[in-house]
Design a protein around this ligand. Structure first.
Ligand SMILES: N[C@@H](CCC(=O)N[C@@H](CS)C(=O)NCC(=O)O)C(=O)O
Length: 224
């Protein structure tokens, strides 16, 4: 088994995709956290886009882009988390791409400075969730049914942040009319691999960060 090292930023949902996968498969790895507001030179030299995650394989080869990293990790570790059938695989990849757009929606919800921006960002998230509701199987709870897949690992961090936002502002009622998405989210957020994909204290520091940004959801929470 090669040696894996992830370069991360503690609140980054894209890195969580890979941490979830590695934890799910019980594969050892190292992780180094950096400050994205003060990127170290060694990181800028490694990362072609200046973004995390970066996966360093055997101290030698650098991979970037979380979906690509996860496909590689899945291929070189035991068990397959995408179906063999090319059409089903491609369908999974397409929904992983959609989940990246969903991450941006939820990010915009977090940084919204007023009620209008929050509601605009939330409308985008709901659009994505409505499409996911239609794509999820009847028997669930995961994207392909009973087994966890790369689509699930890729979407979980976005669903986790949506759950945070929904708890901070219950008036959002984020899952209204979306029973499959709710079941999916509950199943994912209960998994050890997903729970352990953030280091301890990240949620508390996330709340501090929202406060410092004076985001709308944070102001609403303090006013309540
Ligand atoms: N498409 C990339 C997105 C990664 C990404 O946007 N990472 C953010 C942190 S969550 C980042 O490194 N941003 C640094 C910057 O934009 O300067 C992936 O899937 O890996």
């Amino acid at each position: 088994m090669p040696h894996f090292k992830l370069v991360s930023f503690e609140r980054c949902p894209y890195v969580q995709r890979s941490v979830t996968l590695l934890r799910e498969k019980g594969v050892p790895f190292d992780i180094e956290y950096i400050d994205l507001s003060n990127k170290p030179d060694w990181f800028l030299a490694l990362s072609p886009l200046g973004k995390v995650p970066v996966l360093v394989v055997d101290d030698e080869t650098v991979l970037f882009e979380s979906a690509v990293i996860n496909e590689y990790l899945d291929a070189v570790t035991e068990g397959r988390m995408l179906p063999e059938d090319p059409l089903e695989r491609a369908r999974g990849r397409a929904w992983i791409e959609l989940s990246s757009t969903f991450f941006i929606d939820v990010w915009k919800m977090q940084i919204a400075a007023d009620a209008e921006s929050l509601s605009e960002a939330f409308a985008g998230a709901r659009e994505r969730l409505t499409k996911l509701e239609e794509a999820l199987p009847e028997d669930g709870p995961y994207f392909y049914g009973a087994e966890l897949s790369l689509v699930d690992a890729a979407t979980a961090p976005g669903l986790q942040r949506l759950a945070w936002m929904d708890a901070l502002d219950p008036s959002l009622d984020a899952y209204e009319g979306l029973p499959r998405v709710k079941r999916w989210s509950d199943a994912l957020l209960a998994r050890e691999s997903v729970k352990g994909s953030l280091r301890e204290g990240t949620y508390e520091r996330f709340l501090d960060w929202l406060d410092a940004r004076e985001s709308w959801v944070s102001r609403a929470r303090r006013a309540a």
